[in-house]
Design a protein around this ligand. Structure first.
Ligand code: SF4
Length: 355
């Protein structure tokens, strides 16, 4: 059980994620998913340790805070989800369904950097029956209204799917729910195990895409753009409702060419099954809080991410700390330009929102 965690540079994630260190809560091994992950860890020869709680991992290796952060992003913690009260998840869904917390991606702008605070390691939950039972309760409570669950609020579950298989469980569960819908968004392409799952059209898979500039400078350790698009084609061919989230939309030099090229290359590469009616787009402009700016500057000191509050508009937050967004004129220019490109290439698509 000796650990050999190294401080490797961050690079693109073509292969599926393999953690360098795994922690198990002992109770996790009483569940089939916990056992399955345990056996996989042993087969892979990954160092592992036992822990009393997935919320108290205090002895991570690493000399400096930054080193510990990088190592935490490659550390998997397998435990039980105890809080079964789901958070709300507007505007894309009614509730966030918790199957994982934390992500191996290194997107500079990611809000998990602040929301996860001192716990950036990746937690996966193996008590699926409890989670599904709670979801059933939320669906029953709102019936005959449809209840939508977002599975990617606190993680990127597609990147973890080869290890956990939890999305497959959720998709199968939702296939049997007349009043329930599942959705998740990803920057990863590991969808193969989902292609023959019975989904009944009740799960919408969305891929997060962006201009080449944004992907190159701000999204290390995620799947390449081409791989995400190929995966989008695969899920569309498997009959899943498909969507794209363009987020965060960033005002960068050459942004018009960058976003025009993005929409054009989506139109060129997507198979006809993906590009027709039912395709959705969600548009989210870049935003940050003062706390996020401080954290990002510490963790990615050489980032090119522009976070100059003088150039931004302050938007009051419902729960205290407000966010910095683009001034109206810039936000409108981004919204108009990108919406026009979308309707030009995908006349049947729906833009769910711009925020
Ligand atoms: S892939 Fe998503 S969840 Fe993961 S670091 Fe990037 S933005 Fe955050």
């Amino acid at each position: 059980m000796g650990t050999t965690v190294t401080d490797k540079p961050v690079k693109a994630a073509a292969l599926s994620f393999v953690p360098e260190l795994v922690y198990f809560e002992p109770a996790a091994l009483d569940y089939p998913k916990g056992k399955q992950i345990y056996e996989w860890v042993q087969r892979q020869g990954i160092p592992f340790r036992m822990t009393t709680s997935h919320n108290r991992i205090t002895n991570l290796p690493g000399e400096t805070e930054l080193e510990q952060y990088k190592i935490a992003k490659r550390t998997l913690v397998v435990g039980l989800r105890k809080t079964l009260k789901f958070d709300t998840s507007k505007p894309s869904a009614e509730y966030a369904i918790p199957i994982a917390t934390g992500c191996m991606g290194h997107c500079h702008y990611c809000y998990l950097q602040t929301t996860l605070g001192a716990k950036p390691y990746i937690r996966v939950y193996v008590n699926m029956d409890d989670i599904l039972h709670a979801a059933q309760g939320y669906i029953d409570e709102r019936k005959p209204e449809i209840t939508r669950f977002e599975a990617a609020c606190t993680s990127d579950p597609v990147g973890l799917e080869p290890i956990t298989g939890s999305l497959k469980d959720l998709i199968e569960f939702m296939a049997g729910q007349e009043y329930g819908r599942l959705r998740f968004v990803t920057k990863f392409h590991h969808v193969d195990s989902l292609l023959d799952v019975k989904h009944n059209g009740r799960t919408r898979i969305r891929f997060s895409v962006n201009s080449k500039y944004v992907i190159k400078h701000f999204e290390p350790s995620t799947s390449r753009f081409e791989d995400r698009i190929e995966a989008a084609g695969k899920v569309a061919r498997a009959g899943y409702p498909l969507g794209f989230i363009i987020a965060p939309i960033i005002w960068h030099e050459g942004w018009q060419e960058g976003y025009a090229e993005l929409i054009e290359s989506l139109a060129k590469t997507l198979p006809p099954e993906a590009a027709g009616a039912g395709l959705t787009f969600e548009l989210i402009q870049h935003r940050f809080t003062k706390t996020a700016k401080n954290v990002i500057e510490k963790r990615y000191p050489r980032t090119k991410l522009e976070m100059d509050i003088e150039k931004r508009k302050y938007k009051w937050g419902r729960w205290g700390q407000g966010k910095y967004v683009y001034p109206d004129e810039q936000a409108n220019a981004l919204r108009m330009f990108i919406s026009e490109r979308i309707f030009e290439h995908f006349p049947e698509a729906v833009i769910d929102y711009f925020t």
